[in-house]
Ligand binder design. Structure first.
Ligand code: ATP
Ligand code: MG
Length: 650
């Protein structure tokens, strides 16, 4: 049920500048006030956590290194679990897990508390101490958050690695972090196929001298070939006590290291603190999703990405909310899995990605319409800019025009949400495709090349002007790279690497990565602007746009498109598409090349890797890191499409 009674009005305006007004009361007061004294504001939020000792100083800022709540002592698992077991949440579901095959496991807060305590004892008995690194290479099973929380209970630093990664990617992350222990399972399941995780780990740790112990969660029926360092999870915990004394750590003690998605280059090992990070997550989870005690939260990210860390594990648990963990993909075995999960578990909030929505949009509406989605009260999106067309589909088809959408902009580095509608605080009229405003206490700016604020209705580089509590502390073992990547472009500002527009009402519209900006006839266009124009054409499901050098125009537009089911490539379709782009964006945006493909190259977290398309289309050798590429076949297909194109144009 939707809390705010919707007074939704959607005009049919073709150009999609519609405003959707859910009780259009704008209360920017909190945001304004917060910026007047950021430190005091965040200290008030930090008060919502359980501290064993209060901080001495709110912020210790030695640019560009920030330390929040120094002198404070706390424990993350105590904040996520202990506080729930003496009250009504004790027997409430903390996690509802569902497998691809439809098996369900429900774990209450009390059960989760016990499992975390026992596993934390097991880790301690293996010699894991405060500050040691533990790599977790587990599929989407409840033992994954259990392992994370157990690490935090004893002050160990977790490094979760997505199980779609190969053994080399795992080796690199273990060696970079010098992990002492790796936790894995014998197998995972993805798209009906068994992933032999233990074998991947065996090969990964051949060249990782730091690993002393391997813990294996047994899931399958086959016998596991146990080696010297191996321990079975269930045997380790069997003898352990139900309580583990939590290690009280300093607020600045690292909670975890997490590697970025690798969309723009080699993944970076982002280091997050305990007190600052949890403060940011506690506050933003409440503001953005407006959590209610009865909420059932379906976040479809993998826990191997920051969205999973912040808003599947830490966020919901800090608030005693029920989280659904799904070990599966959106479209296997049928392209309706998320709708089925919402119906079956009566999810009240759905938080997913534009990529997943575009996959669903390829199919007929009868699919989502055949499910009962009436339990939903709020929808969210993250990971990439959402095309207005996709936003509207989400709003109408899934939210039935009664659920507000929160479009949340943030990064692995920011720890938590930075720009979003905040339904727990105020209700801002939504604009499809805009992430709206910075969350309270976050000082965002759009600046030009010289670091000067751009005027409303202009485009600029997205920067963050003041430290924030969820801010990364550094890149693991690489302060120089931290400084060079984020703090060297603009003096005193954190550089996000994203390009955006601020409109006449001060709404922020993310337009794509700064490195991908197209300079066409003196105009700077974000990839998003063109991609959204392509996706607003009825036949197009997905689009990726890049530019390549052109003697006349300076830069030429090259588009790679995936068509919706039922549409075929033809000269008429090409001509219609070109006309559509000329009409919606303008003649300057006339594409020089349009290529059709079945798949776009994406990271394993579902983001389009435009840099790979660029290197193929400019005929250069494949440059850069491809370790996070989801599917090699997508690149092979694009290469073939491109070879065919060159043969024709020779
Ligand atoms: P890498 O840094 O390794 O290239 P990545 O930037 O994709 O990878 P993440 O930290 O997972 O790694 O993603 C953050 C980026 O995702 C943002 O910088 C932005 O480009 C994009 N993004 C996230 N949420 C949104 C959103 N709501 N709207 C637009 N873009 C978004
Ligand atoms: Mg990034």
């Amino acid at each position: 049920m939707i809390e705010q009674k919707s007074s939704t009005t959607i005009s049919d305006d073709e150009n999609k500048t519609l405003e959707i007004n859910l009780q259009g009361k704008i209360l920017h007061e909190t945001r304004k006030k917060a910026l007047e004294n950021i430190e005091e504001f965040w200290a008030q939020q930090a008060d919502n956590l359980i501290w064993s000792k209060k901080w001495d100083k709110i912020l210790d800022w030695h640019p560009p290194f920030a330390k929040w709540f120094t002198g404070g002592l706390l424990n993350a698992s105590v904040n996520c679990l202990d506080k729930h077991i003496d009250n009504i949440n004790k027997n409430k579901a903390a996690i509802i897990w569902e497998s691809e095959a439809g098996d369900v496991r429900t774990i209450t807060y009390n059960q989760l508390y016990i499992e975390v305590n026992r596993f934390a004892n097991a880790l301690r008995n293996l010699g894991v101490k405060k500050g040691d690194r533990v790599t977790i290479y587990l599929p989407m099973v409840p033992e994954l958050p259990i392992a994370m929380l157990a690490c935090s209970r004893i002050g160990a630093i977790h490094i979760v690695v997505f199980t779609g990664f190969s053994s080399q990617a795992l080796t690199d992350r273990i060696n970079d972090s010098k992990s002492k222990v790796i936790i894995t399972a014998d197998e995972g399941i993805r798209r009906g196929k068994i992933l032999e995780l233990k074998k991947i780990v065996d090969s990964a740790i051949e060249t990782t001298p730091s690993i002393e112990n391997v813990i294996v969660l047994k899931r399958g029926t086959n016998e596991i070939n146990l080696k010297d360092k191996d321990h079975l999870w269930h045997e380790l915990v069997r003898k352990e006590k139900f309580y583990c004394q939590p290690e009280l750590v300093e607020s600045t003690h690292p909670l975890y290291i997490l590697y970025t998605s690798g969309s723009t280059g080699k993944p970076k090992g982002v280091l997050h603190s305990t007190g600052g990070y949890l403060t940011h997550i506690y506050a933003t989870a409440k503001w953005v999703f407006d959590y209610k005690n009865e909420d059932i939260f379906l976040c479809t990210a993998d826990i191997g990405w920051v969205t999973g860390h912040s808003y599947m594990v830490y966020g919901p648990l800090l608030h005693g909310v029920t989280s659904i963990i799904y070990e599966g993909t959106p479209d296997y075995p049928t392209p309706d899995r998320y709708w089925a999960l919402v119906e079956k578990h009566r999810a009240t909030i759905l938080y997913t990605t534009p990529t997943a929505l575009r996959i669903y949009m390829k199919y007929d509406l009868s699919l989502p319409n055949s499910f009962d989605l009436s339990s939903l009260r709020l929808l969210g999106t993250v990971g990439e800019a959402i095309n207005p067309e996709v936003w509207l589909w989400y709003f109408k088809t899934i939210g039935k025009e009664k659920c507000p959408i929160v479009d949340t902009w943030w990064q692995t580095e920011t720890g938590g949400t930075m720009i979003s509608q905040c339904l727990g605080i105020d209700t801002i009229p939504m604009k499809p495709g805009s992430a709206t405003f910075p969350v309270p206490g976050i000082d965002i700016g759009l600046v030009d090349e010289n670091g000067i604020d751009v005027e409303p209705n202009s485009k600029g580089y997205l920067v963050i002007k003041k430290p924030w509590p969820g801010m990364l502390m550094t890149l693991w073992n690489n302060d120089d790279k931290y400084v060079n990547t984020y703090w060297n472009k603009f003096q005193g500002f954190y550089y996000s690497g994203d390009f955006a527009l601020i409109d006449q009402d001060n709404y922020i519209w993310l337009l794509g990565r700064s490195d991908d900006v197209l300079k066409i006839a003196g105009h700077r266009l974000g990839t998003m602007e063109l991609e959204s124009a392509f996706v607003s054409f009825k036949a197009v499901a997905e689009a990726a746009v890049i530019s390549k050098p052109d003697e006349q125009k300076g830069e030429a537009i090259v588009a790679f498109l995936v068509l919706k089911s039922g549409y075929k490539e033809s000269p008429e379709l090409r001509a219609d598409l070109v006309n559509h782009i000329r009409k919606t964006v303008g003649p300057i945006a006339t594409p020089n090349e349009i290529h059709f493909t079945n798949k776009l190259p994406k990271t394993r977290s579902g983001k389009i890797m435009r840099r790979l398309l660029k290197s193929i289309s400019t005929n250069s050798e494949m440059i850069g890191d491809t370790s996070t590429l989801e599917d090699e076949a997508s690149i092979e297909e694009i290469k073939q499409v491109y070879r065919d194109f060159q043969d024709i144009t020779k």
